[in-house]
Write a protein that binds this ligand. Structure first.
Ligand code: HEC
Ligand code: HEC
Length: 119
């Protein structure tokens, strides 16, 4: 969710990952950077006034949707790989497969990057 609406609305990493806390009488930011979901109260509810459970459920839905899309992309990549292998076995010339192979490489790269970003 990082490059989306929050970034465009000027919400910074630290707003969620280093929320304010109290240390005696003073207000300091939390330097124990960890999942904001362990601390929805301070990490999200400063700006969002809806209940904690609903907040968590929304994050969960977004994460599930990303996960499902990644799974679909992975399956499509595998299917494409199988199709390439089948064509090779059927004697299709390497140069005739060049475009498919280039796409396979490019898409694998994109998929790997998107995995790294999410988890
Ligand atoms: C609107 C609040 C919010 C903002 C702003 C935000 N994050 Fe996050 N970030 C989250 C949530 C929620 C998660 C998911 C945590 C979980 O699943 O337990 C997360 C996850 C992450 C993770 C992955 C942790 C893991 O174990 O998967 C990293 C790394 C991260 N954020 C870095 C950043 C950086 C860098 C920025 C600024 C560019 C940023 N975040 C801005 C809320 C935010
Ligand atoms: C510093 C203020 C701030 C903090 C902290 C913050 N948000 Fe937001 N959030 C916003 C703003 C501003 C928007 C955009 C609202 C709009 O434009 O309608 C937004 C939008 C959202 C949306 C709608 C996104 C969409 O694509 O529809 C969700 C979901 C959300 N925030 C969840 C969270 C969660 C979860 C946290 C804590 C991890 C969090 N926010 C922390 C300010 C914040």
């Amino acid at each position: 969710m990082e490059p989306g609406l929050h970034a465009r609305s000027g919400v910074a990493c630290a707003d969620c990952h280093m929320p304010y806390m109290r240390d005696g009488a003073s207000k300091v930011s939390d330097h124990w950077v960890r999942s904001p979901l362990l601390n929805i109260n301070r990490a999200c509810q400063v700006c969002h006034l809806f209940p904690k459970e609903e907040m968590a459920a929304r994050v969960d839905r977004i994460q599930q949707r990303n996960f499902d899309l990644l799974q679909r992309a992975a399956k499509a990549l595998m299917d494409q790989m199988d199709a390439i292998i089948a064509m090779q076995a059927a004697g299709v010339l390497h140069e005739d497969l060049a475009e498919s192979l280039a796409l396979q490489r490019a898409l694998s790269g994109v998929w790997t990057l998107s995995r790294l970003k999410i988890r």
